[in-house]
Design a protein around this ligand. Structure first.
Ligand SMILES: [Zn+2]
Length: 320
């Protein structure tokens, strides 16, 4: 659309009475929210049967506003739609999904989101974790080049759990014990210089868990930079990967100009600053919050991109 046409529409709208302005605003909002359906329908032009993986299903009418397909494998013959088998299957009120994702893009709390959208607090909670489930699963991002790795700790939280069994209750996140590591959850974060991030959540991380986490994601030609923890030392030795240990004893955290862990540390402080607004994150949900933060860091922060991610479609697979 030409700039002059846009200006003409803007001028026309500005002259309308308030009631008509409200009417058009609602109309446009409705159209934006209906985009969720359009996006879902076009996200997978050639869906596979989620039950048996068979290709080329036949179109089989419509159901619940979405195209239905039927598998033509004679031993399957099941029907499905684009959302079947994804975390968003059978989730209601698709007309509110875009607005909901908009609230997630603004990192709004559940209470504010629920109020803004006119949905139940429980629904807002369920949607958040359904929308993040795919992103949390696709955490094993391939890393290459110079890779920075470091550990951080989050206060353990039983938010969302009905019963506390192993310690005294703490109010609203709280401080916990500064010295005690027992009520903290350890997270290892690896980030390459292209901004790809993978993370591993405790509760108690071991050498074998960290090795198993790094092995599939680290390109063997890469250079690992770490704080010198023995996990990384043994890992790079076993896999013949170049390793720079940045030990803080002499405050020497940079070797040369390029070997440092400042980017991963900057990421960790962005993550912690952002997560603080949620006033304590349930430990069971921590991987979902890490996935949420990764979505911000991945660059394409839009409702469309996040909806694609929620139904398990990576950016590269978007049909043009
Ligand atoms: Zn099938």
């Amino acid at each position: 659309m030409k700039r002059t046409d846009i200006n003409a529409i803007e001028q026309l709208l500005s002259r309308l009475p308030v009631e008509l302005k409200k009417y058009f605003a609602n109309q446009l909002l409705g159209q934006i929210n209906a985009q969720a359906d359009t996006l879902i329908e076009t996200a997978r032009p050639h869906p596979l049967c989620p039950h048996c993986g068979n290709e080329h299903p036949v179109k089989w009418g419509r159901s619940g506003g979405l195209q239905r397909y039927r598998c033509h494998n004679p031993v399957c013959l099941k029907t499905f739609n684009t959302l079947t088998g994804t975390p968003l299957a059978k989730l209601h009120h698709r007309d509110k999904w875009f607005a909901y994702l908009g609230c997630m893009l603004d990192s709004l709390t559940l209470r504010i989101t629920a109020k803004r959208l006119g949905i139940d607090l429980k629904t807002a909670f369920r949607w958040r974790h359904r929308f993040l489930a795919s992103a949390a699963k696709t955490n094993a991002n391939a890393l290459s080049g110079i890779i920075e790795v470091d550990e951080t700790w989050f206060l353990e939280s039983c938010k969302g759990k009905r019963r506390l069994t192993h310690r005294m209750t703490r109010k609203r996140g709280g401080q916990g014990s500064k010295k005690k590591k027992a009520d903290k959850v350890q997270v290892v974060i690896a980030r390459d210089r292209n901004g790809h991030i993978s993370d591993l959540v405790g509760p108690t991380l071991s050498k074998s868990a960290v090795h198993a986490f790094l092995e599939p994601i680290i390109d063997h030609d890469s250079i690992l930079c770490s704080d010198g923890h023995s996990w990384y030392k043994t890992f790079s030795a076993e896999h013949d990967i170049a390793h720079h240990r940045l030990i803080t004893l002499d405050h020497q955290r940079v070797i040369g100009k390029e070997y440092h862990i400042q980017n991963v540390n900057a990421y960790i402080s962005r993550l912690k600053g952002w997560i603080a607004r949620f006033r304590g994150v349930g430990t069971a949900y921590l991987p979902n919050y890490l996935a949420w933060r990764r979505l911000f860091e991945n660059g394409d922060s839009s409702e469309e991109a996040w909806l694609r991610s929620a139904i398990g479609i990576k950016q590269q697979q978007i049909p043009t």
